[in-house]
Ligand binder design. Structure first.
Ligand SMILES: NC(=O)c1ccc[n+]([C@@H]2O[C@H](COP(=O)([O-])OP(=O)(O)OC[C@H]3O[C@@H](n4cnc5c(N)ncnc54)[C@H](O)[C@@H]3O)[C@@H](O)[C@H]2O)c1
Length: 262
C-alpha cells in the first residue's frame, strides 16, 4: 500500500481459506481489517492472529445474504475505524460437484444468494460509504472473488459457474458506472485452491488429473501469517488490486490460475 492515510478493508468469508489469507495480507500491509463471516469462532481466530502480531482487526458476524447484516457491518466498521476503503466480496458457496439433473432448487438458490446477491447487498450498502471516502480523497476499491469457473466451463458445477460468470459481469458493469467517481471494481478468478471448498470442486476427479490441467502444476494457495511458503497467491493478487500502484486497473477479471486458462 502507499499513501499516508490509514486504510480500512472489509473481507467477507475471512474466517478461513482465501478470505483469511486476504485478511492476513492486508494486516501485514498496515491496513485495518474487518473480518466478516458467519462462523464466529473462525472469524475471531483470524482477528486474534492479526492482533497478536500488532495488526488492527475486528470481527463482525455478517451473513452476506442478509442486508441487515451488511448495514451492521458498515456501522461497526465506521465506529471502529472511521470509514472504509476496500470491500472484498470473498465469501462463497458451492454444492458438491454432480450432474446438472441432480442439482436442487437449494443448490441453485444458495449459489446465487451467497455468491451473487451478496454483491448486490454490498453495492447498495457500501457505495454511499465509498462516496464519503472519495470526498475525503481516499481510495475506494471493491474486489469480487469470482473463479476460473466463471470464465470456462466445469462439468458438474453448472450453477456455480453461472453465479461466478455473473460476478464477473456485474464487476465489469460497476467499473463502468462508477469510473468517473474513481471507484474501482475488479474480480479475481482463482484456480482450484487448498481451502475448505476444494473437495466439492474436484468431485470424483483424482487431484493429479486436475493438476495436469494447470501449467504451473499446483493448486492456488491461501496465505499463512508467516513469510515462508506456501505462497499467498490469491491474497497477493487481491491486495495488489487495492494498491495505488493498481490505480488504473478497473473492470478486470484477473485469472490467478497457474496458466490454467492459457
Ligand atoms: N477453493 C477454490 O478452489 C476456489 C476456486 C475459485 C474460487 N473460489 C472462491 O473463493 C472464495 C473463498 O472460498 P474458499 O475456497 O476460501 O472456501 P472456504 O470454505 O475456505 O471459505 C469460505 C468462507 O466463507 C464463509 N461463508 C460461507 N457462507 C457465508 C455467508 N453466507 N456469509 C458470510 N460468510 C460465509 C465461510 O464460513 C468460510 O469462512 C469463494 O467465493 C469461492 O467460490 C474458491
Amino acid at each position: 500500500m502507499t499513501g499516508n492515510a490509514p486504510r480500512v478493508a472489509l473481507v467477507t468469508g475471512a474466517g478461513s481459506g482465501f478470505g483469511r489469507g486476504i485478511a492476513y495480507k492486508f494486516a501485514k500491509d498496515g491496513v485495518a481489517v474487518v473480518v466478516a463471516d458467519i462462523v464466529d469462532k473462525a472469524g475471531q481466530e483470524t482477528v486474534d492472529a492479526i492482533t497478536s502480531k500488532g495488526g488492527k482487526a475486528i470481527y463482525v458476524h455478517c451473513d452476506v445474504t442478509k442486508r441487515e447484516d451488511w448495514d451492521a457491518a458498515l456501522a461497526a466498521t465506521e465506529q471502529a475505524f472511521g470509514g472504509i476503503n476496500f470491500v472484498i466480496n470473498n465469501a462463497g458457496w458451492t454444492y458438491q460437484s454432480k450432474p446438472v439433473l441432480q442439482t436442487t432448487d437449494k443448490d441453485f438458490d444458495l449459489c446465487i444468494d451467497v455468491n451473487l446477491k451478496s454483491i448486490f447487498h454490498s453495492v447498495h450498502v457500501m457505495l454511499p460509504a465509498f462516496r464519503r471516502t472519495r470526498e475525503k480523497g481516499g481510495p475506494a476499491v471493491m474486489v469480487n472473488v469470482a473463479s476460473t469457473a466463471g470464465i470456462m466451463g466445469r462439468p458438474g458445477l453448472s450453477w456455480y459457474c453461472a453465479s461466478k460468470a455473473a460476478v464477473i459481469s456485474v464487476t465489469k458493469n460497476l467499473s463502468i458506472e462508477f469510473g468517473a467517481e474513481q471507484i474501482r471494481f475488479n474480480a479475481i478468478c482463482p484456480v482450484i485452491g487448498n481451502t475448505g471448498l476444494k473437495s466439492k470442486f474436484v468431485g470424483e476427479l483424482p487431484e493429479e488429473a486436475f493438476l495436469k490441467t494447470i501449467p504451473l502444476g499446483r493448486c492456488s494457495e491461501p496465505e499463512a501469517l508467516t513469510a515462508t511458503p506456501p505462497p499467498a497467491d490469491i491474497a497477493n493478487s487481491t491486495c495488489f488490486l487495492c494498491t495505488d500502484e493498481a490505480s488504473f486497473l478497473t473492470g478486470v477479471a484477473l485469472p490467478v490460475d497457474g496458466g490454467r486458462l492459457a
